[in-house]
Design a protein around this ligand. Structure first.
Ligand SMILES: Cc1ncc(COP(=O)(O)O)c(C=O)c1O
Length: 452
């Protein structure tokens, strides 16, 4: 790269590196775009500079103004960097699970950082979205960067990350995988690549606890819960996430993300964080499932330096149970094949409560998935139906979509993920290629682990 005028012009143009250990046992190639090599240390530099440029052009951001953002850290770094050069003040609102390194880095740029509790609903006035909005109202000449609903976010990836990947691969790409948070990366790059070649598959990696996976596979907004990996997954649907460009969503556990990040650093020399670990693991799953060699491209979103006190700290890993013995490799498909053939019984929403209770009695089950076509609409359980009857419905009322909680997994999901769902009273539904192929209950799981 030749001499550039300011650090803003040094954003982008990041290397694309072939991974040597991830997917090495398959015929596929996994290529990692090192976005942590941007000046602010993450993929978000592109977004931050696009947001500021567009806001200056539209007049939303005026000289001497204050940029405010709810951020998990990386967008803040990009905004703080650009603000330093262009003379803006910055205030960032962050949830308290964020690493100390991220908070300190923002303060190093002279930013004000406001910390908010993680475990509150997005609508709660203490949530980081609400606190940021309030600050905008109360601060004169302020501009809310609003990465979750700002079209400049996916635009940055549509105009820079996507074209770079296309050129670096000379158009030879089968699958693009990205950890999805605001969805800016996957939607912007996805849109660009699909326009170039609609056969390229666009796959989002999603942490257990986020709602994207269930939403994509069932169309339902299930209850999100907290998880430890930072920077991706959401508990609401941002408008920057465009599912129209997404072909699949793959779920990854905290442990997979952290083990993945440690392997990236130690085995590949790629100094990336937990979401990059999750993306690399998702690529490997795709490679393992494929019957033909694939060229899979993914994003190394940010730097390991932001997680030295967590993912790369053995004490923290141990305290959180991530270093306890090797994780069992058993997967959902192992349980299904050990259990033998069990027919999946489903019901349409218009079936009556009487009919469905009859079905439950005949087959000896207590929960039935509600299906329209091949789509899962919900799940009805005995408790659910009883409450309906007590609440005034008649036995001839339609069951509707049911209100029991469920979680969708695929056959290659690790079995060690299931207790987390059972602990939340969710029934586990196994989907393969868009079809429901099994229901796993607590007893099935207990049977499996006690007999191995
Ligand atoms: C570490 C990390 N990984 C992944 C992402 C997800 O990127 P996007 O918001 O474009 O979906 C983010 C976003 O903030 C992030 O900070």
């Amino acid at each position: 790269m030749a001499v550039v005028d300011s650090v803003v012009d040094a954003v982008g143009g990041t290397p694309l590196v072939r991974l040597r250990t991830f997917g090495a046992h398959t015929e596929s190639n996994i290529l990692a775009k090192l976005e942590y090599m941007n000046p602010g240390g993450s993929v978000k530099d592109r977004v931050a500079f696009q947001i500021i440029t567009d806001a200056e052009e539209s007049g939303a951001l005026v000289p001497g103004g204050t940029i405010i953002e709810a951020t998990s850290g990386n967008t803040g770094m990009g905004l703080a960097l650009a603000a330093a050069i262009r003379g803006y003040k910055t205030i960032f609102v962050m949830p308290d699970k964020m690493s100390e390194e991220k908070i300190r880095s923002l303060r190093a740029f002279g930013a004000k950082v406001v910390i908010t509790p993680t475990n509150v609903e997005p609508e709660d006035p203490r949530s980081y979205y609400c606190v940021a909005k309030k600050l905008v109202e109360d601060t004169p000449n302020s501009f809310y960067a609003n990465q979750y609903h700002n079209p400049s976010n996916p635009k940055a990836h549509y105009t820079s990350t996507g074209p770079e990947i296309w050129e670096q691969c000379e158009g030879n790409i089968d699958v693009f995988v990205s950890a999805a948070g605001t969805g800016g990366t996957i939607s912007g790059v996805g849109k660009f690549l699909k326009e170039k070649n609609p056969n390229i598959r666009i796959v989002a990696a999603d942490p257990v606890g986020s709602l994207y996976y269930d939403y994509f596979h069932s169309g339902k907004l299930t209850e999100a819960h907290s998880y430890l990996v930072e920077g991706f997954g959401e508990d609401f649907l941002p408008s920057t996430m465009s599912f129209e460009y997404i072909d699949d969503v793959i779920r990854v556990t905290d442990r997979e993300c952290f083990d993945g990040a440690r392997k990236l650093v130690r085995r590949e020399g790629i100094y990336a964080g937990g979401s990059s670990g999750g993306a690399a693991v998702a690529c490997e799953k795709i490679a393992e499932r494929s019957e033909r060699p694939l060229r899979i491209v993914t994003i190394m979103c940010d730097s390991a330096s932001r997680y030295l006190s967590k993912v790369f700290n053995d004490n923290w890993m141990r305290e959180n149970g991530f270093l306890e013995g090797p994780e069992s490799n058993a997967i959902v498909a192992d349980l299904l094949s050990r259990r033998g053939h069990v027919e999946v019984v489903t019901a349409a929403p218009e079936r009556s409560i009487r009919e469905v209770i009859g079905m439950m009695k005949d087959i000896g089950i207590s929960q039935i998935p509600v299906i329209v076509g091949e789509r899962i609409k919900g799940i009805v359980g005995e408790r659910d139906l009883l409450q309906r009857l007590v609440g005034g419905d008649t036995p001839d009322s339609a069951i509707g979509e049911g209100s029991a909680k469920f979680a969708i997994v695929d056959p290659i999901t690790r079995l060690s993920m299931l207790p987390e769902f059972f602990g939340r009273d969710q029934t586990v539904l196994v989907m393969n290629d868009g079809r429901l192929i099994g229901v796993i209950t607590k007893i099935d799981y207990i049977d499996y682990v006690t007999s191995t």
